[in-house]
Design a protein. Structure first.
Length: 247
């Protein structure tokens, strides 16, 4: 079942075009990694899909409904959006931030906050203020805010960028596995993890859709090399892929 659709998206700011005629269909249960070089339009695409960036042309549909026409509260219940950069207006505590995230839901189990604290290893941080948290702690808190309501759609922009290697692996694997019963669309910087964990990969470059397909097939596609402007050496070890860029 189709849950989220981008139809001929174009996003322009001034004289710069950040996205050009991008059309994508996402299904209710799948894990999708979005990759591409710097300036490819990845963050812009995710903002457009979340409804926080109005496209210049085209539209985003949630089910059969135009996303732009949905009330913000309804959109927040259906789509969890994790931006690349976030700074709360007030220096709130971790538990206050989680309560804000939980407020998006119509109803939650009584133990939802407790389970979220455990799932994201936030025990002991509940009373800490945002300003006192490390980059990795902030990343985990922000994702917990988004996922405490378990939205049908998750859009995450490089959620593992500031995490240490263990948390990075655990987080991206968990987000990919979430695609078994939800839609999980994640901008991923690490190509090895994108192709090893996610079922589908979307490649952007220069604001255009370059390739879109199953990770197992796309990993050997020469369009991947063209998008990044390098030649990749591919090595498969079990279920994991390793890509090394060569000139």
């Amino acid at each position: 079942m189709t849950v989220l659709t981008a139809e001929n998206l174009r996003v322009a700011r001034g004289k710069s075009t950040l996205l050009r005629d991008v059309s994508l269909t996402f299904h209710a249960t799948e894990s999708v990694a979005i990759i591409g070089p710097n300036g490819a339009g990845k963050s812009t695409l995710l903002k457009a899909l979340a409804g926080t960036e109005a496209p210049t042309d085209g539209q985003v549909r949630l089910g059969r409904r135009n996303l732009a026409e949905l009330p913000a509260a309804e959109r927040a219940q259906e789509i969890g959006f994790l931006p690349q950069h976030f700074e709360p207006h007030w220096d709130l505590s971790v538990v206050e931030l989680l309560e804000i995230g939980a407020g998006r839901a119509r109803s939650l189990p009584v133990d939802a906050l407790e389970n979220t604290v455990a799932a994201f290893e936030l025990g002991g941080l509940e009373r800490r203020r945002w300003s006192t948290l490390s980059g990795g702690e902030r990343a985990r808190v922000l994702l917990a805010m988004v996922l405490v309501v378990d939205p049908p759609v998750l859009l995450a922009d490089e959620p593992a960028a500031s995490l240490d290697i263990r948390h990075r692996l655990d987080l991206l694997k968990a987000l990919a596995e979430r695609g078994e019963d939800r839609l999980s669309v994640v901008v991923v910087h690490d190509l090895d993890l994108a192709f090893s964990f996610f079922d589908r990969v979307v490649v952007l470059a220069r604001g255009e859709l370059i390739a879109d397909g199953p990770a197992a097939e796309l990993v050997s596609d020469p369009r991947l090399d063209d998008a990044f402007g390098v030649r990749f050496e591919r090595l498969r070890a079990g279920e994991e892929w390793h890509l090394r860029a060569c000139r």
